[in-house]
Design a protein around this ligand. Structure first.
Ligand code: ATP
Ligand code: MG
Length: 255
């Protein structure tokens, strides 16, 4: 079982879109996949068709209470082999509630131990911040998948991101590594997109996937229907790209 955090502290770079669609393709390939939504915005939760107002047990209970991951997880209705631990706004208050708990960076890691071997991949979708929830995710993970948006300030904050991973590696989780870097919202018509790609490759070298995710309106629409792209429009460019990314991701696992 491999645990992967999807993280970039920059907002709106494609973390959730990558999480939802990569997980869906891996599940469709027959891998058993769990996605833990650890973002109070709950975009993975709603993007997979769950009504946040109706959720009774969520990652909030897992973090602040005795609730296990298995108690909080629900099956994704439309994709076999795909489960999620949903999130709601209440998660925003979790940090304050457990402020005096010892080992509070390790809560998620401890909870994940209980599901060891039950999944092939566990993906954790993070909020756009370097706070306590993200630290919990990084501490619980084998690796970090970093989406980077092809835009002017793409590399801004990347130093801090890598620093954070290094800090976690030193103090909380010596085994963590960078899984890969996904370039998202690529627009082949602009020089800027191409420049960003080469800058990011200079920085992350072979960690960068050769598959880039194009800017594609269907990818932006699908969450409002609560569907992964393969079920919303499996012929669009965005679907093709995420399917290809899933293949590349799997090829790397074999190495
Ligand atoms: P946050 O930091 O708020 O959690 P995020 O990094 O998870 O954001 P997403 O929610 O995946 O980013 O994407 C931000 C917005 O851009 C969303 O509205 C999403 O639908 C849209 N989007 C993501 N990827 C693409 C794409 N390749 N083409 C077009 N729109 C996209
Ligand atoms: Mg998100």
């Amino acid at each position: 079982m491999k645990v992967i955090t999807v993280f970039n502290q920059k907002g709106g770079v494609g973390k959730t879109t990558t999480n939802i669609n990569l997980c869906s393709y891996l599940a469709m390939e027959g891998y058993k996949v769990l996605s833990i939504d650890i973002d109070p915005q709950g975009n993975t939760t709603s993007g997979l068709g769950f009504d946040k107002r109706k959720i009774k047990t969520s990652i909030y209970d897992v973090i602040t209470d005795d609730t296990s991951i298995e108690e909080a997880m629900v099956k994704c209705e439309f994709v076999d082999n795909f489960y999620i631990v949903p999130s709601t706004m209440s998660l925003a208050g979790a940090e304050v509630e457990i402020i005096d708990k010892v080992n509070r960076e390790k809560i998620l890691r401890e909870k994940i131990k209980d599901i060891e071997g039950k999944f092939d991949f566990v993906f954790i979708d993070c909020p756009p911040s370097l706070g306590f929830l993200t630290i919990n995710a990084l501490t619980a993970s084998n690796s970090v998948l970093i989406p980077i948006q092809c835009e002017f300030y793409a590399l801004e904050g990347v130093g801090q991101l890598v620093n954070t991973i290094q800090l976690v590696k030193k103090s909380l989780n010596p085994n963590i590594d960078i899984e890969g870097v996904v370039l998202s919202m690529f627009d082949s018509r602009t020089n800027l997109s191409n420049e960003v790609v080469s800058e990011v490759k200079k920085y992350f070298k072979n960690k960068v996937y050769s598959t880039t995710i194009p800017r594609n309106i269907r990818l932006a629409e699908s969450p409002s229907f609560g569907l992964p792209i393969m079920l919303y429009d499996n012929k669009c460019k965005g679907a093709e790209a995420y399917e290809k990314l899933a293949k590349e991701f799997l090829e790397r696992q074999e190495k």
